[in-house]
Design a protein around this ligand. Structure first.
Ligand code: GLN
Length: 467
């Protein structure tokens, strides 16, 4: 690797540049997302579009799916045409224009306001496709194959994501709801510009030459032809198999996790005692709990993985833990619905939700940064960003499925029984999937061909002839 070799907290300084870049991008994304539905359902007098809840939630479901599908294309573009660095800049600028389009006062747009709104969302989807997979693969590019700091690095990077996600609803939510919707979107656009400016100003210094050339064209001038034109070796094919299997497994995790913004949000509003010393806290505040847990626990996990070094569990075992942790998390919700005993008027303690969120985050830290790290260490260089896109596409599917699962809560007196069944189902599926992944773990590790094992990597067979 030929980037600057100076380190900070044991990691290349470039990691902290990528941390900051992604923090500001996520600030803009989650800030925009926090006010999107509220803006749509606000009445026209209040500056909104006056849509119904179900219309707004349907659009939200499609948008959050689309935003994570485009990374497949964005990854391909980086691998083959632009390289990761340019993709991030273009993607970031597209997203900034998207936010500013949403932030254009409706009075200036007249009858075209709704049209402009869709154009803005489309720009955000396209921009995210170019940005999200490529910033993630750049983190991995900072480390040599077999470097045991990699999972720790992605966990630190993940902390940046969640600092942005935690602060965004507080700032942009406040500005949008209390002052002006459009100003909220403009704040999001400014956050995005800060992210792009950081990249433009500091990337040459801290990232050296990584991500400048499209990886399918070879990283060093010497391997220009070989990386692009040679077929995959059998080892590389096994590794791609592992990425695909682990990405599909992650869907089970995200379907449970993504209940956070939907079903658990509704449960908080309708069936949870939100009273703090006589004051009713807004249900949406609980949305900040997960990001808070990630920010506080990520350093613990990062140093744990780094300290364990070669003794840390393999990625498939970490995935298995994450599924078991989701299962445990939903046990608290099973207990909550049992306490309600079918009575819609019983409000349960907020601690049930907080414990569930805690376990979901413990699981998240065993799968989300680990998955990013896994893709970055296993993907053949010419498919690196494309496969990162596939990882995010599985989140896209999960987001949509999660919405469908959550909607089984239905209406009326059956809601509590239905919620009980959904929570119990999520617990059982977490346990079963976790158990299966434990059983598969050794095989998956074999298929990685020593990618997680420094000793084996030193004698890597990667240079074998293509088959
Ligand atoms: N919260 C993470 C992020 O915004 C996870 C995204 C995902 O993979 N679903 O980056």
């Amino acid at each position: 690797m030929n980037q600057s070799t100076s380190t900070f907290l044991g990691h290349p300084k470039g990691l902290f540049l990528l941390f900051g870049t992604e923090m500001w991008e996520r600030f803009s994304y989650y800030g925009m997302r926090a006010i999107l539905v509220l803006y749509l359902v606000a009445t026209v007098q209040d500056g909104g579009f006056g849509w119904s809840n179900s219309e707004a939630l349907a659009l939200y479901g499609w948008f959050t799916m689309a935003v994570y599908l485009t990374p497949v294309l964005g990854g391909w573009i980086a691998d083959n045409l632009l390289g990761q660095r340019k993709s991030i800049i273009f993607g970031g600028l597209l997203m900034a224009v998207g936010h500013f389009t949403l932030g254009t006062p409706q009075a200036w747009l007249g009858n075209s306001a709704e049209m402009a709104f869709y154009v803005g969302l489309t720009l955000l989807c396209c921009g995210n496709g170019l940005f999200k997979p490529n910033i993630s693969t750049l983190v991995g590019d900072l480390y040599q194959e077999g470097d045991t700091r990699r999972d720790g690095a992605f966990t630190i990077f993940y902390m940046g994501i969640n600092i942005g996600a935690f602060v965004a609803p507080l700032v942009i939510g406040y500005v949008g709801e209390k002052i002006d919707w459009q100003l909220g979107f403009i704040f999001a656009g400014v956050g995005m510009l800060i992210s792009v400016a950081m990249q433009l100003a500091l990337s040459n210094k801290y990232l050296g030459s990584i991500g400048i050339k499209p990886s399918a064209h070879g990283v060093n001038s010497g391997d220009e032809v070989s990386a692009k034109d040679r077929p995959l070796t059998s080892i590389e094919r096994d590794r791609v198999k592992v990425i695909l299997i682990m990405s599909v497994i992650s869907i089970v995790f995200w379907v449970g996790y993504e209940q956070g913004g939907g079903l658990l949000n509704i449960y908080a509003k309708d069936f949870t005692d939100l009273n703090i010393m006589g004051w009713e806290m807004p249900a949406s505040w609980l949305q900040a709990v997960s990001a808070f847990f990630v920010v506080t626990l990520a350093p613990v996990f990062a140093s744990l993985w780094t300290k364990m070094g070669d003794n840390q569990p393999s990625s498939p075992k970490k995935f298995a833990f994450s599924l078991l942790l989701v299962g445990i998390g939903f046990l608290f919700m099973v207990a909550a619905t049992m306490e309600q005993g079918g009575d819609l008027n019983v409000k349960v303690s907020v601690l049930y939700l907080i414990m569930t969120y805690l376990f979901l985050v413990l699981g998240e830290l065993c799968i989300s940064p680990i998955g990013l790290s896994l893709v970055s260490k296993l993907a053949p260089i010419k498919y690196l960003s494309l496969l990162m896109g596939v990882w995010f596409a599985c989140s896209a599917i999960a987001n949509k499925v999660a919405g469908v699962v959550g909607s089984f809560i239905g209406e009326g007196p059956e809601q509590i029984n239905n919620a009980f069944s959904i929570f119990a189902g999520l617990t059982i599926s977490g346990f079963i999937a976790g158990g299966l992944v434990f059983l598969m773990a050794d095989k998956l590790v074999d298929w990685m061909h020593g990618a997680e094992d420094r000793a084996q990597v030193e004698h890597s067979e990667l240079d074998q002839d293509p088959v």
